[in-house]
Design a protein around this ligand. Structure first.
Ligand code: 5RP
Length: 219
């Protein structure tokens, strides 16, 4: 089965894990795009969505889904988003699409975080996928030097500016043995807006698309 079909399978299964109504937090990426398409079919049951990126906002608006401001909605019951890597504790690497900051905010504001992915995203140790770090532009070189000191090889994401007007450093060659510790260390660097490790606020449920059908994993 091709990976896109597995992403669709996970995304459609996520509908079964939504509350009966209310407002749903929606992430960013190709797996989430499948979720948005499926959510559009049942949108009448819900009051709308909070979006983690301009790209998801545009897709949802095109499909007639009302997009609301998190400041106006208060806390959310559920957030649905993809991941670049997930370990067995449901710690994640996110930010391949560059939306990590808004994704982390919505995950923090949500009672339940449902992660959707194809089975290739599961790893024993996070770090094979280059770790995205969103930085304030003037801090780019300073943060890069600090990331080298932590053992990584940061590479500036070319021709990319985040929805927040910032840059992304993709950090290669990290073996993230202690995700919570590294999340804290990198977040503390001056100029870092967000690191793409989601360990302090991991997913609560991981829905994997697999060749044998959808698989639901809990930590
Ligand atoms: C965007 C993300 C995405 O969830 C992550 O990159 C996974 O993307 P895809 O579903 O396209 O594989 O974190 O910032």
């Amino acid at each position: 089965m091709n990976p896109d079909e597995l992403k669709r399978q996970a995304a459609e299964t996520a509908l079964q894990h939504l509350p009966d109504g209310g407002i749903v937090g929606v992430g960013t990426g190709s797996t989430v795009n499948h979720f948005i398409d499926a959510f559009a079919q049942v949108k009448g049951r819900f009051d709308g969505a909070v979006s983690s990126s301009e790209a998801s906002t545009e897709r949802m608006k095109q499909l007639g889904i009302q997009v609301l401001d998190l400041n106006a909605t208060g806390g959310l019951e559920v957030y649905v988003d993809g991941a670049d890597e997930a370990n067995r504790a449901l710690h994640l690497i996110k930010g391949g699409g560059g939306a990590l900051t808004r994704e982390k905010i919505i995950a923090a504001a949500s009672r339940k975080f449902v992660c959707i992915a194809d089975e290739s995203k599961v790893v024993d140790v996070l770090g094979t996928f280059p770790l995205p770090v969103e930085v304030i532009p003037m801090a780019r070189s300073y943060v890069a030097r600090e990331l080298v000191a932590l053992g990584g090889t940061p590479v500036l994401r070319e021709n990319f500016v985040s929805d927040n007007g910032n840059l992304i450093l993709d950090v290669h060659n990290l073996e993230i043995m202690e995700p919570m510790k590294m999340e804290t260390q990198i977040n503390q660097l001056a100029g870092v807006v967000t690191v793409g490790i989601f360990a302090h606020r991991p997913a609560d449920l991981l829905i994997l698309g697999t060749a044998a059908g959808p698989k639901v994993v809990e930590p």
